[in-house]
Design a protein around this ligand. Sequence first.
Ligand code: AMP
Length: 319
Amino acid sequence: MYSDIYKLITEYDKIVLARHVGVDPDAMASVMALKDSILLTFPHKKVYAIGSGSNRFTYFGKLDKIENTKDSLLIVLDTPDIRRIDGVNLLDYSKIVKIDHHPFVEKFADVEHIDDSASSASELVLELINETPLLMDKNIAAKIYLGIVSDTNRFMFSKNGRTFHAVAKMIDEYELEIDKLYEPLYLRPLNEVKLEGYIGLNLKVTENGVAYIKLTKEILDEYKVDAASPGNMINNFNYINDVLIWVFFTEDVKNGNVRVSARSRGPVINMALAKYNGGGHKYASGARIKLMETSEDVIKDLDELCKNYKKESDSGENY
Ligand code: AMP
């Protein structure tokens, strides 16, 4: 599969790289690392990284604008379905490649490499580079490292040695000073820390173990944060006694809806969120609902998942 993708890269002079809406570090890192690698290998090619930007991720590099996509190859990273691709009309491209680590949702590309056992899209880019003549340098390795670190929550979600082996090899080979890389990824405004305190103080927990918080525009304004901020701290609420699923509902006035961000340390949640225009990974999913009132239905569904999970779990209390 990687050789097919490499062959397409060699065949096209114009290559556009896209990823999902609501950009996160892995989406950004995987796109930017692949762009840099293609340009390092083929300096004459035109490579564009597109999609709406975020001030938070400027350290990964600048995004591009492209007017005319005629005769170009589109590579979509970290995105399982058409509706979540940021800023792309698929009909504008000659050939399309998908590289993704989400569970399969729909086929939209000519060549699809999907591996939902991979930690991140960045890990798949690392494999693509390692298994083809694409070149890498220290700068590209650093981006890939941050993408993997972010999507695995600092390797916490790794189930085996695969990611560790790949990353360890890369760190040695490119002499990455990993302790120096974290600052742009983890540095955050004091206001966000205060909001995290508010969330901790005000989380409610249902009978069967769903912790939830509803963050209205008023609360976000009070803490002077935007609607994207709560999603950045959701992983910090893992491993709480009696909590199996935790979910944040955040009013997003700009988009006229409510962001739902959910995590689980037991029940599979992505199918439940698909019902609400959402999806994602088994244990890390999101959705968008129109009204805050609908959060009650989401909470009810997630509580039902916890109830069934506990019933099915052999040890009962041992979750
Ligand atoms: P988040 O909570 O925003 O970090 O998202 C966690 C996971 O759910 C990521 O894999 C996202 O791609 C996915 N996700 C978030 N929002 C949506 C949505 N509205 N529809 C489908 N997948 C989503």
